[in-house]
Design a protein around this ligand. Structure first.
Ligand SMILES: [Zn+2]
Ligand SMILES: [Zn+2]
Ligand SMILES: [Zn+2]
Length: 139
């Protein structure tokens, strides 16, 4: 039984491309052009993991920060609208689409609690779902 494998080369120490230390390459590195010794590999791995972890953390942090901020603005806006409706400043209307009387206030701009459109639960959801889709497409 003969194979194309040359078992000798696995045992021959080669200098590491990074630090120059002679080391015996493991079989899976024979064909690789990056002859890096296990020590350098560990350093490289650690660096990569750190960068990835940091990137992931920043992404989550930004997302969370953004979400809390918009949630707060929305909540404040809804509260103002509720007050305005309760005090008669704003008049609750039926759904713009199907004229259902069980409507919810929809804000075009969460910084403007007095500019609202009225939608029933279903049409309000539809509107937001549609909007989310277009938003993510634009990103
Ligand atoms: Zn090395
Ligand atoms: Zn409706
Ligand atoms: Zn809405």
């Amino acid at each position: 039984m003969t194979t194309n494998k040359t078992p000798d080369s696995t045992l021959k120490p080669c200098p590491c491309r990074k630090c120059g230390t002679n080391y015996v390459r493991p079989p899976h590195q024979i064909r690789s052009s990056h002859y890096i010794c296990p020590t350098c590999m560990k350093v490289k791995d650690k660096k990569r993991r750190l960068t990835e972890a940091r990137r992931e953390y920043m992404r989550k942090y930004k997302k969370k920060y953004h979400a809390t901020k918009t949630e707060k603005t929305k909540e404040r806006c809804r509260a103002k609208t509720r007050k305005a409706v309760a005090s008669g400043v704003l008049k609750k209307e039926s759904c713009e689409v199907c004229e259902s009387p069980t409507s919810q206030a929809h804000h075009e701009d969460y910084n403007d609690p007095f500019t609202v459109r009225w939608f029933c639960d279903q049409h309000h959801k539809d509107l937001h779902n549609h909007r989310h889709q277009t938003e993510s497409e634009n990103e």
